[in-house]
Design a protein around this ligand. Sequence first.
Ligand code: HEC
Length: 377
Amino acid sequence: MPEQAFAVVGFFENADALVRAASSLRGSGLGHVEGYTPYPVHGLASALRLRRSPLGGMVLVMGVLGALTAILFQWWANGIDYPTVTGGKALFSWEAFVPVMFEVTVAFATFTAGVGMLVLLNRLPFFAHPLLSSPAMAQITRDRLALAIEAERSAALDVEPARAALISAGALACEVVPYPVPLPRLAAATLGRLAASIGAACLVSGVLMYWSVKLFPVLPPMVKMLDQPRLDAQHGNSFFADGRVDQLPAPGTVARGFLPYDVASAEEAQLLANPLPRTPEVMAAGRRVYRTYCLVCHGALATGDPLLSKAYGAKPANMQSPAIRAFPDGHYYDVIMRGKNAMPSYAAELSADERWAAIHYVRALQRAQNAPDEDLR
Ligand code: HEC
């Protein structure tokens, strides 16, 4: 069999001659034209009409697909297939899905980048480019500038027309690069022996392992707590119709002490009355809540002199001012529930009783700073 040529390489005098030849050879139809230079040559990429890589677009599309896959899967798994309430949140709580969405986006994008670049765009596995082991490459990596006309994927290369085209485009000399001699393929018998010996080794070590564990039982650790009769959260259970241990809250019910705050507007909130009596215990609880949550911003006497640094920026309200003293208790409650401008909501941190107790305590602070004569008698 005559040796098949992979490419004809032509060497050029200088970079200008190379770029000129590249544009004239590009459309010649003789084969794939490729440039090889020891340093980047300006204009060569555009003369060869190298496309911008589509990899960025592929990665973007797959990344978005990854994010969608993740959010849809979590919505289905958490909200439909196996609805589980976590921390009292709604079944579709997209904020909780973000970490997984991020991970899946990154996974889709990186695998696309890796596989897309190596397999689709770089056409691997192509373990050694035939040119790499040629004498031509030894010269190119030193100081020569070259253009190669290479065989297209399946077509054979016509050496003579390619050589003539390179010479007429200005090449000083040409070199023909053959396909490398393929390595001998592994014989089926060798592969069979390899598989048989790996199989035998697995079998022998498996049997040995099994009997050594059987014959020399290790003492179990203290397993009394593991062995007790109980229902695990994610296990099955024959008591309920749906067979689950984890039950969803019965429809229309709320947890004790967690009545939803369904006051529509700040005006409506004005009508709320403080349900707690002003006992020493309630005052003590209110003081504890105030000193834990409110004092940093509103100050020990509720005058709005914060302990926070100037960096906080906002000016906490002075609760000793006549305007704020005049607000009814319900308004205070509403501010604690919803927050106001720079003041965050304390709905999640405090129970209803703690909020009302804090309001009693604020009232006591206000009265202490504005005591009328009767109070002093
Ligand atoms: C992070 C700082 C901060 C904390 C903590 C804080 N507040 Fe405030 N609070 C503010 C700021 C700032 C304002 C002024 C908001 C505005 O009017 O723009 C304010 C305003 C108020 C007002 C007046 C609302 C109005 O309508 O003018 C009340 C009442 C109040 N806070 C009560 C509390 C109570 C009770 C707590 C503790 C549970 C608390 N705040 C915790 C920063 C805070």
